[in-house]
Design a protein around this ligand. Structure first.
Ligand code: PRP
Length: 220
């Protein structure tokens, strides 16, 4: 079993927004797998000819699978990667899934300056990123960890602000929130387990080179 496992390259793909683009990218370098979908209940899908296996994972768990070596490589947003604080190699910026992390507040309750929010509550999926950001501004905050629909926080009085990602800006607009501070840009990244990267260097390196070519072609 162990020997068979080592022949395979295991790739963790995140469910949700990044899934389709990630699967398409791997398909373009010849790594397809029949029935690969984030809607399917089948969570591991292999291509025995190419000796590749895809794990369909909840987004926030991708860095965990990769750090522990349950997956050799993975695709994950830079925002989730930084938040995870996992020890993995970041191999490639895949360019898609572009968004940025920011702080937003209800328009109607906007304060004059950032530091006026010191010691208030922040609803966020990214408490570590938020803490680093506010720390840089000398601000102590109370962090309320939510797992989705972060924008609800200030609307229902759970928090004064949010730290979350913005892609199109639609969610902020539709909920009368306004961005008041930029925190960091994020795109999808290819990450690798540190041991796998050494043991399976040739395969992973070839994959990275192939992906680079596809991305360069797309950028033309
Ligand atoms: C993300 C994020 C925002 C929204 C931003 O949520 O948390 O709510 O997308 O995108 P927009 O600027 O294009 O409106 P996601 O869709 O991942 O769902 P979630 O709220 O359940 O986390």
């Amino acid at each position: 079993m162990q020997q068979k496992d080592n022949e395979y390259l295991t790739v963790a793909l995140p469910k949700g927004k990044l899934f389709g683009l990630s699967a398409d990218l791997f398909a373009q370098i010849g790594y397809t797998a029949e029935g690969l979908s984030d809607k399917s209940r089948k969570l591991i899908i292999s291509n025995d000819e190419k000796k590749i296996r895809f794990i369909v994972s909840k987004t926030a768990d991708v860095p965990t699978y990769v750090e522990y070596g349950a997956a050799d490589i993975g695709v994950i947003g830079k925002d989730v990667l930084v938040e995870s604080q996992k020890d993995v190699y970041e191999l490639l910026d895949l360019g898609f899934g572009k968004c940025h992390v920011m702080m937003a507040v209800p328009k109607a309750a906007k304060r004059a300056k950032l530091t006026d929010y010191a010691h208030t509550r922040v609803a966020t999926k990214f408490p570590h990123i938020a803490e680093q950001f506010f720390g840089r501004h000398g601000m102590q905050m109370e962090y309320i960890k939510l797992n989705g629909s972060i924008e609800l926080g200030p609307i229902v009085g759970l928090s004064e602000s949010i730290v979350d990602i913005v892609e199109t800006g639609t969610t902020l607009r539709e909920n009368d929130l306004e961005e008041i501070a930029y925190i960091m840009d994020a795109t999808a990244r290819l990450i690798a387990n540190r041991v796998s990267f050494k043991l399976k260097f040739d395969r992973i390196n070839t994959m990275v080179q192939d992906l680079r070519k596809v991305l360069a072609e797309q950028a033309k």
